[in-house]
Design a protein around this ligand. Structure first.
Ligand code: PLP
Length: 394
């Protein structure tokens, strides 16, 4: 008889976003002016130049001379060249065969566990993007949590505990906190010392505007022997529905005499047939002069949203983190409310939807995530409503 992977029964149910959606939908039956700041999904359309490139690439697919079938393993060099040059502009040197184009960070940061034994232990920040926890459970990897809280500004540093796989998400979802070079160096030293690997999720790197924060772990000396970096076009170019990202696996990454770059190359060749040509051309265009200019405009739009919400919370003396180098605002629930309690209050009293912090880990209790991915007019209305929290407080 077929046997199933029983570890799936160890997963927490997907209660968080399901419950958020259920409660929002129920309230929508009574009110048509609910503002949803829960989901971290982009709202602005693709840039004009990216759309034009998609059309051009589609036309190529219609002609026998320019038609393309399977993508080369790891992606087309036209896109890898652009990515490599992006790194070079930040004085980081990587080779094209260290770049692997994929359908996004969610897949890669999950699939990378194929390369590591389930005997490993992982160190995962709490709170954090829930995918790390779920994929470790699916693989049977033992998890140790590292606390992110107000005491460490949601940026924990190595605390002496040893783990084999270290997850770092910077800027962080949900807290918006980002590591500086000095702070990340501590993690790199720790990983090299313990022969651990850092899985560095930089999905929100495009939101960094302050140079003191790292845009890539490869800015840090020694990182090539301990880190794998995951980047995505989802938030930088509005590609959540297009699906494109990439992973950088340095050739110096060797554990137990096994070269991780070679293993990932092999894994890609065996299990993945590549991102569509049209999408890779679109991603390439988002890194062109015009594409970058247009994508920057969209990022600035979301940054202004974040500023509006930050100013509003400041004006009513509600404590929050993030919002500056991140599209998320991590606010402390007012009135000492727990995060689901505040969720219900915000929805019923102000008709705003956010995400209860506890859904991202136990340390998220008493916190709440607001996403800045929305249209400016909605953010304005949401801010007006949020101000009412100040009236209640005083
Ligand atoms: N990593 C983090 C921290 C995220 O919050 C998300 C999406 O919200 C992803 C990765 C997913 O990225 P992608 O769309 O490239 O799969």
């Amino acid at each position: 008889m077929i046997k199933v992977e029983k570890r799936y029964s160890n997963l927490a149910n997907d209660f968080l976003f399901k419950t958020v959606a259920e409660k929002r939908n129920k309230m929508s039956e009574r009110f048509d002016d609910i503002i949803d700041l829960s989901i971290g999904d982009v709202k602005l359309p693709l840039s004009r130049s990216v759309v034009e490139k998609c059309k051009e690439a589609s036309d190529e697919m219609a002609k026998i001379e320019t038609f393309r079938g399977y993508s080369p393993n790891g992606g087309y060099s036209f896109l890898k060249d652009k990515i490599r040059k992006e790194y070079e502009s930040g004085n980081i040197s990587i080779n094209n065969d260290e770049i692997f184009i994929s359908d996004g960070t969610k897949s890669d940061i999950s699939n990378i566990l194929d390369l590591f034994s389930s005997d490993n232990t992982s160190l995962i920040p709490d709170p954090v993007y829930p995918v790390y926890v779920d994929t470790c459970i699916m693989k049977g990897i033992n998890i140790t949590y590292i606390d992110c809280n107000e005491d460490n500004n949601f940026l924990p540093l190595p605390d002496g505990r040893v783990a084999d796989i270290i997850y770092i998400c910077s800027p962080n979802n949900p807290t918006g906190a980002a590591y500086t070079k000095d702070e990340l160096s501590k993690w790199v030293d720790y990983a090299n010392y313990n022969k651990s690997v850092i899985l560095y999720d930089a999905a929100y790197e495009a939101f960094i505007s302050d140079e003191k924060y790292c845009r890539s772990i490869f800015e840090i000396e020694g990182s090539r022997t301990c880190a794998i970096e995951f980047k995505s076009f989802s938030k930088s170019a509005g590609f959540t529905g297009m699906r494109c990202g990439y992973t950088v696996v340095p050739k110096e990454l060797v554990f137990e005499d096994m070269n991780i770059n070679k293993m990932w190359t092999r894994r890609h060749a065996t299990k993945f047939n590549g991102v569509p040509y049209i999408i890779q051309r679109a991603a390439e265009e988002s890194l062109s002069y015009e594409g970058e200019r247009e994508c920057r405009k969209a990022l600035n739009y979301y940054r202004e949203n974040a500023k509006m919400i930050s100013k509003t919370l400041q004006s009513i003396s509600v404590k929050f983190f993030g919002g500056e180098n991140s599209p998320y605002i991590w606010m402390k629930c007012p009135f000492g409310m727990k995060s689901w309690e505040f969720f219900d209050y915000l929805l019923s009293e102000l008709r705003i939807v956010g995400v209860p912090g506890v859904g991202f880990g136990k340390n998220g209790e008493y916190f709440f995530r607001l996403s800045c991915f929305n249209l400016k007019d909605n953010i304005r209305v949401a801010c007006e409503r949020l101000k009412k929290l100040g009236d209640v407080k005083s």
